[in-house]
Design a protein around this ligand. Structure first.
Ligand code: FAD
Length: 591
């Protein structure tokens, strides 16, 4: 008999029957009160079930039950992906309670963790052993699995994606099997799982490569963009291990941030009265006013960054801190982000064209969209990665395989959760420009004009390979939703919808900003018909047999070691006691 709290769930009648067929000693931790939203509160969704397993066998039970109940499963880290990628009305799995450190090897410089661990907690655990993550993006609060799942990256010519440091991983597939893969064990599955977009299965464990713990010394300087462009082919990107640039198009200046490892002791940046909460709130209010008076924005850029860096070129701020915090920055307010990678060598041309367009010079920019009356928030984030000769590569690696990559991120703030009026035209123009360089969009972000046909061009055989592996390990589309259909899959006229693939029904504008997202599998929960009950040909029993047979016949799975036995080695969860959350203070220290 299912425990009373599960019997109380509002579910179709066969739910309890199916639940009773599974091992009752393995908990099924489900609730129905959860409302999911993205970090920027741009999307909200209410899953039928919100599941927080505490062991790998619990994850396996969820997948088995979902298969029998004909439900899609979405795994969510901390919902920091800005798009609707993690929205579902079906079953949502969160691994915050499957987040322990299992092992640290100082000799091999690796850490083995459960996949729900946040990178901040991972780095704290690694520090106890004199180790740290080799590279980070702007924040470290994401789950490790979520960060690698969308090709999260930092900015360095010595590093690529965070996925590049995964040595091996264990994933629960649609048939309930927990399998391990690495560069030498099921390499195709590994390459697909390194950037999986959640569409392969539930990653439950990872072995991750670390580097020696270190301080970094960073310095950031405001410079004219012509000067920055003149350094582009010299040592702009190579003089330091970590380099990133913020492009201020209206001021025609850029902030260049550089950092190297150092033995020097910690040193705080010089005090600037404006750089704390005064600047934070002033900037926010000015952005909000610009919603109504957009032409105010060039002046806002000049004022805010002038107050922070001085109104003359060459002002520098420097500091020394731990690498694990020094690489981070405050991302300020709710925002849309649209980031693409293009060849680094095309950077000066692309940035010059975009700057001209933002200054109203449509012919000079050769971007065929009118910039008349359009003003945007700045800065544009400019970052690099270098993955040349890196093997194995994720099939969906956003960086360029044969040359260094430049990532351009068109950020648009949403002051007090309001969408900026320039978004549609700016992103049309920006994406047009990026596509002219065969750019690859950051999977997590708010790109708008990307579909299978474009990605086939940008990724070639790699997209086909990813989809081949994906379709083999999840033939019924248990891990697929409308984001995947719209983006990576061909239209349904070319590839019919998978039986468990979730479809979007409606999105409704919220009064408080953002949208409510409703998928097809919400119908039962919302008091409608359970569409899957009607499909008599798809009984859970027969599907289970089919899934098992397919798993056994799979070429991919041939070499897999079924190592469920040792999955229950779950060491005491590390309590993450240290706090490092940048709030309203020191926000402009970096940028
Ligand atoms: C403020 C902010 C700053 C950011 N800075 C950067 C940056 O500097 N560089 C950069 O590249 N990106 C950046 N991002 C994007 C962010 O790193 C990615 O969106 C990342 O995927 C978020 O991780 P998450 O844990 O929130 O995962 P989610 O957004 O919850 O999920 C992301 C994807 O991973 C899948 N997934 C999650 N867990 C699992 C699992 N266990 N098994 C299988 N699939 C799983 C999900 O299904 C989904 O497809 C930033 C985002 C924000 C909001």
């Amino acid at each position: 008999m299912a425990p009373p709290q599960l019997a109380a769930l509002s579910m179709p009648p066969n739910f309890l029957i199916e639940l009773d067929r599974l091992d009752l000693d393995v908990p099924f931790r489900a609730s129905q009160a959860h409302i999911h939203h993205t970090w920027a509160r741009t999307f909200h969704a209410r899953p039928e079930l919100y599941l927080r397993p505490q062991s790998v066998v619990e994850v396996q039970k969820i997948v088995t039950l979902a298969r029998r109940m004909r439900r899609r499963v979405v795994t969510v880290g901390c919902g920091h992906s800005p798009s609707d990628l993690t929205c579902t009305s079906a079953w949502m799995v969160n691994l915050d309670h499957l987040a322990s450190v299992l092992d640290v090897s100082k000799e091999r410089k690796t850490i083995t963790v459960q996949a729900g661990i946040r990178m901040h907690a991972l780095n704290l655990a690694a520090r106890d052993h004199g180790l740290t993550m080799p590279s980070l993006g702007s924040i470290d609060v994401q789950s490790l699995a979520g960060a690698i799942g969308t090709a999260t990256h930092g900015s360095s010519m010595n590093h690529g994606l965070l996925s590049d440091y995964v040595r091996s991983l264990r994933i629960v597939l649609a048939n309930g099997q927990a399998v391990k893969c690495s560069a030498s064990q099921s390499p195709d599955l590994f390459r697909a799982a390194l950037v999986s977009l959640g569409a392969l299965g539930i990653i439950v464990e990872m072995e991750y490569e670390l580097s020696d713990h270190s301080n970094i010394e960073w310095a950031q300087t405001i410079l004219p963009i012509d000067h920055v462009l003149s350094l582009w082919d010299k040592d702009l990107w190579t003089s330091h291990e970590f380099v990133r640039v913020w492009w201020l198009p209206y001021m025609k200046r850029a902030i260049v941030w550089k950092a190297n490892k150092t033995d020097k002791p910690h040193a705080k940046p010089a005090y600037n009265w404006y750089g704390g909460s005064v600047g934070f709130h002033t900037y926010h209010i000015l952005l909000w006013i610009s919603q109504y008076v957009p032409r105010f924005l060039p002046w806002v850029e000049w004022f805010v960054f002038g107050m922070q860096y001085g109104f003359k070129d060459g002002a520098t701020i420097r500091a020394v801190e731990e690498q694990r915090t020094g690489l981070l920055m405050n991302c300020l307010y709710s925002q849309f982000v649209n980031e693409w990678s293009i060849p680094l060598a095309k950077g000066p041309e692309a940035l010059t064209r975009l700057t001209k367009w933002l200054h109203g010079d449509e012919p000079g920019s050769a971007i065929p969209f009118s910039p008349n009356g359009l003003y945007v928030h700045s800065p544009i984030e400019v970052r690099v990665a270098n993955t040349v000769d890196r093997h194995p590569r994720p099939f969906l690696d956003t960086s360029c395989p044969n040359e260094p990559s430049l990532y351009l991120n068109a950020t648009l703030y949403r002051p007090y959760n309001q969408d900026p009026p320039c978004r549609e035209r700016y992103y049309q123009a920006f994406e047009h420009l990026m596509k002219e360089y065969d750019g690859r969009p950051h999977w997590a972000k708010n790109f708008e004009s990307v579909d299978h046909s474009y990605l086939s061009k940008a990724y070639g055989d790699d997209l086909d390979e990813y989809l081949r592996v994906r379709n083999e390990v999840d033939p019924d589309g248990m891990f697929l939703g409308p984001w995947h259909r719209r983006t990576i899959l061909p239209p349904t006229t070319e590839l019919a919808a998978f039986p468990l693939e979730e479809k979007e029904v409606v999105r409704r504008q919220r009064h408080t900003g953002g949208v409510d997202w409703v998928g097809e599998q919400a119908r039962w929960y919302d008091g409608g018909v359970d569409v899957f009950e009607k499909n008599g040909s798809e009984s859970g029993e027969s599907f289970d047999l089919m899934a098992g047979a397919e798993a056994e016949a799979s070429v991919l799975l041939e070499s897999l070691r079924d190592d469920d036995e040792d999955l229950e080695v779950e060491k005491r969860r590390r309590e993450d006691t240290e706090e490092f959350f940048i709030s309203g203070t020191n926000v402009f220290n970096k940028m």
